[in-house]
Design a protein around this ligand. Sequence first.
Ligand code: AHR
Length: 332
Amino acid sequence: MMKKLQVILIGLCLLFANVSCTPQESEPEKDIIIGFSQSGIESSWRKRHTESILSALKSDGYQVMYRNGMMQQSQQIQDIRAFIAYKVDMIVFTPISHTGWDAVLKEAKQANIPVILVDRDITIDDTSLFTSHIGPNFKAEGNRAGIYASSCFTSEEKSEVNILEVSGNADSYGSILRHSGFDETIRNRSNITLTIKETLYGNYTRTMGEELMRNYIKEKNIKEIDIIYSHNDEMTLGILDALDAVDIKPGKDIKIITIDGQNDVIKELKKGRVNCVVECNPDAGPYLISAIERYFKYQEDGSNKEIPREIYMTETVFSDKGDLDAIPPRNY
Ligand code: AHR
């Protein structure tokens, strides 16, 4: 049965900029509409994350309303309200910030629309306001970066190691957990003291990474820094540009640890200009489809079973201590 709403919806969608409605070709079309609010377009990682989700939803036959908040929480809230007004069957969204979602998620609950978070998690008192979170394990990513940092020097080479941390936007769940995972791990190293000298906050973009690094070089003593721990590859590329401009050799004069694993940074790892890449998996689409299918199946069969609250995606680490020829081809 084709919902009347679908017809109205497609008409309404044409009235709104930045919205795509996509009846499907590959799988028989389902009578289920998913509203997907992405947080931005700041990185290759983010673009791949969006593609992975949209293509999985489309090829599985879901009708999709897609909107992009362009790094503005207020825009994402407006987009989610539009999904509620259209009475979509489920809302999927990537929260740009970890707080500030209570009111809009209460509205979704009152309208009986289930919500799944993808990529970043949120902090909220009433955890019944969302069904599940599907994303990378940010804390484990921070731990993996910390393990590499702890192994960079022997105690004979250095007993004091200074780290410059370049984080993403301060209020995102990923930034908070990547910091705490890293910090707790570097404290465990015996015979060497690893210290985060300073944490700078960018917004996960290349431009911001370069600007932060240029200013740091101008104002502080970069020669004191042994390791740069950057929370994403785009900022790392900007940092490399800034270091090149002052003839500091990344990978040699300063060890570089980064997160994501996008193609152009894997190339830098192979050139020896980056030392460690902690993978962050953007391919959320198949995980999301599996969760959505189970959710609607449990609704239909009346079993009222619940899908897991937390679904983590598989991730690994690539570093100059491993076999660089064995790194699988990247799609972002
Ligand atoms: O939340 C995931 C992070 O956001 C990725 O590491 C980064 O590239 C993206 O912009």
